[in-house]
Design a protein around this ligand. Structure first.
Ligand code: SF4
Length: 222
């Protein structure tokens, strides 16, 4: 029996598995090595592309992320960070080298936010205000999950927020799909959205229709 709680992720068992039933993916790299990889495609980044730090949460590795962003900006590469916004430190330095923030907005009610994500949303909203003042562009990324935030009230609040934060250029709505459920099960993780069903783009359209005149920002369904 595999006791996941005792696994420290050392990867030793993968090298002994002749059937390749267990694979260790990913590679440990320092920032310079990552940048070498990034710069291999630099010709493609000049006009519309760039480097996006994603995760997990890139801000959890603040110094590493900062080094990558600085290095990319030195070569004129457009930079973006995909983040939950939950970062307790100062974003001043990293914001200097970030052209675009892809910023999650999940739930407005604080207790509901704690219930579903495990943390308060106060810091997330404070950081959003701070980033607005830095002048970097922001795209709000809004996962929409039936039974949790597929409500008129939630969409109204997104419209209100996007209209009030001048650096927000766009709002992207991401309808829930349960693709990650099986992976979560296989990793032995808690299933918070097990009973949620796939949400189509069409199901979101009526909500967008109701808010489209309440914000001047572009609204997209991903
Ligand atoms: S990765 Fe494999 S060898 Fe390493 S602790 Fe986990 S189960 Fe054991």
């Amino acid at each position: 029996m595999f006791m996941r709680g005792k696994c420290i992720g050392c990867g030793c068992c993968t090298s002994r598995c002749n059937a390749d039933a267990l694979l260790y993916t990913g590679e440990e790299m320092d920032a310079d090595k990552v940048l070498d990889e990034v710069f291999k495609d630099i010709l493609f980044y000049r006009k519309t592309g760039g480097m996006t730090l994603s995760g997990g949460e890139p801000l959890m590795q603040y110094d590493f992320s900062l080094k990558l962003l600085k290095g990319a900006k030195e070569k004129g590469v457009h930079t973006a960070i995909e983040t939950s916004g939950y970062y307790p430190g100062k974003l001043y330095e990293i914001a200097k080298y970030t052209d675009l923030w892809l910023y999650d907005v999940k739930i407005f009610d604080e207790s509901e936010h704690i219930k579903y994500t495990g943390v308060s949303n106060k810091l997330i909203m404070e950081n959003l205000k701070y980033l607005n003042a830095t002048g970097s562009e922001i795209i709000l990324r809004c996962p929409i999950i039936p039974g949790i935030n597929l409500t008129d009230e939630h969409f109204e609040k997104i419209a209100e927020l996007s209209a009030s934060v001048s650096s927000v250029k766009k709002v992207q709505f991401m309808p829930y799909h349960p693709l990650g459920t099986e992976k979560m099960k296989s990793l032995g993780r808690e299933q918070k959205y097990e009973n949620c069903e796939f949400l189509s783009r069409d199901a979101i359209l009526p909500y967008l229709e109701k808010i489209k005149d309440k914000t001047d920002k572009i609204l997209e369904i991903m």
